[in-house]
Design a protein around this ligand. Structure first.
Ligand SMILES: Nc1ncnc2c1ncn2[C@@H]1O[C@H](COP(=O)(O)OP(=O)(O)O)[C@@H](O)[C@H]1O
Ligand SMILES: [Mg+2]
Length: 322
């Protein structure tokens, strides 16, 4: 079976010229040799912090940006040579809520874009009906878009991106800026795409979202893929061990550094919540550093101390910081 999406050593450099006092040329290597393969029907997550190169990668795959080098294809069609064929078979949705007509109803927006994308008139009604169902908006389609929540707008965007019935869908941070309830509905919609047999490439920086939805994930950092696998594999690969959490009421940076240097410790992150600062200490498998850690924290006011299983977020933090 041929892969739905293939990228081979994709690179993209941006040249920028800043003219403040004298022209300064700078080069940004946004994507530095990304290779990936997505099977048909797979929901693949590209996970990484801001500026990692997620959008640039997607833009090359959807023919909106030329690679500086390397190659990529979608359903066997080269993204540089077969632009028309690729565009016919893909849909894409970027985060944010622009690109819809606020004064029109959801239904009229879909009718308008169906016309624009050349959906045959006879098919439009059924197609739009199915899509409203898929994105959970049946019954709300007569309302004007200006009254929709951000989550609803984003789901309408997804419906719009699916009007021409593409086989491969690219979703670039679809849940950005959406409240938790809206984001949950959006995740249900994305899971629905997968059930329909669509191939989906999703970018996000929300770990739990990737963990919940994706069959496979690639973690991208500074333009390069630093890890790849199922959510389970990623968790094993990184903190196969356990995570020790210690609540403190403020701890000196020097102490955190000493914790990092303890044998058996892979990574230490700190999370602030009000007055409480939690030290999240990722340990090697079958290693318990509780005694050593507490010795280093002698004299520091502590709260709860406990162990837990690593989450995908721990794996992610370790991958993007080490
Ligand atoms: N058009 C552009 N011109 C110059 N630099 C860019 C441009 N687009 C993106 N970049 C830079 O490329 C890097 C990757 O950006 P991007 O792909 O948008 O990351 P992400 O989507 O993961 O946040 C960033 O450093 C960004 O500033
Ligand atoms: Mg982006």
């Amino acid at each position: 079976m041929t892969a739905a999406v293939v990228a081979r050593d994709l690179r993209r450099t941006f040249r920028t010229r800043q003219r403040i006092l004298r022209p300064v040329r700078t080069e940004v290597e946004a994507v530095r040799g990304v290779s990936l393969e997505i099977a048909p029907g797979e929901l693949f997550g590209l996970l990484g912090p801001n500026g990692a190169g997620k959008t640039t990668t997607i833009k090359m795959l959807i023919t909106l940006l030329l690679p500086t080098s390397g190659s990529a294809s979608v359903l066997g069609h080269d993204v540089v040579r077969d632009v028309r064929e690729v565009r016919r078979r893909i849909g894409y949705v970027f985060g944010g809520d622009r690109g819809l007509y606020d004064r029109l109803s959801g239904l009229d927006n879909l009718r308008y874009f169906a016309e624009l994308y050349g959906v045959p008139p006879r098919e439009q009604r059924t197609r739009i009906g199915e899509l409203l169902e898929l994105v959970g908006m049946t019954g709300r389609e007569q309302e004007k878009v200006e009254g929709y929540s951000r989550g609803m707008r984003q789901r309408l965007h997804i419906a719009r991106g699916l009007l021409h019935d593409p086989d491969v869908i690219f979703l670039d941070e679809p849940s950005i800026g959406i409240d938790p309830v809206g984001a949950r509905e959006l995740r249900a919609t994305i899971a629905g795409l997968r059930e329909q047999g669509k191939t989906v490439l999703l970018t996000t920086h929300y770990m739990f979202e990737a963990d919940e939805l994706c069959d496979r994930i690639a973690v991208i950092r500074a333009g390069q893929i630093v890890a790849e696998g199922t959510p389970e594999e990623l968790k094993d690969q990184v903190s196969g061990g356990t995570v020790l959490e210690i609540e403190t009421y403020g701890v000196a940076a020097g102490v955190v550094d000493s914790l990092r240097r303890l044998p058996g410790v892979r990574a230490v992150a700190t999370e602030e919540r009000g007055h409480v600062q939690t030290l999240v200490i990722g340990c090697e498998p079958r290693t318990d550093v509780t005694q050593q850690a507490l010795a280093l924290l002698d004299g520091v006011r502590l709260g709860r101390v406990g162990h837990r299983e690593p989450t995908l977020e721990d794996a992610y933090v370790e991958l993007v910081t080490r």
